[in-house]
Design a binder for this molecule. Structure first.
Ligand code: FES
Length: 61
């Protein structure tokens, strides 16, 4: 959901964190990477399976 409360449609294919279609750049905040623990330091996330770890997560959508 956008900060203004509107929803966005994001292209997803596998919805399991494996295909990379939904890979999104993290602009601010911290993600909980549910697809791969090794991504903790990366600035992208698979939004089909990962979630916000910090109170606010800003994505480049
Ligand atoms: S839809 Fe495939 S990784 Fe997210």
């Amino acid at each position: 959901m956008r900060s203004d409360g509107r929803h966005l449609n994001v292209e997803c294919m596998c919805r399991e964190g494996t295909c990379g279609t939904c890979e999104t750049t993290i602009l601010a905040g911290e993600a909980e990477h549910l697809d791969d623990d090794e991504k903790m330091e990366q600035k992208t996330m698979m939004i089909c399976v990962s979630r916000a770890k910090s109170p606010e997560l800003v994505l480049d959508l």
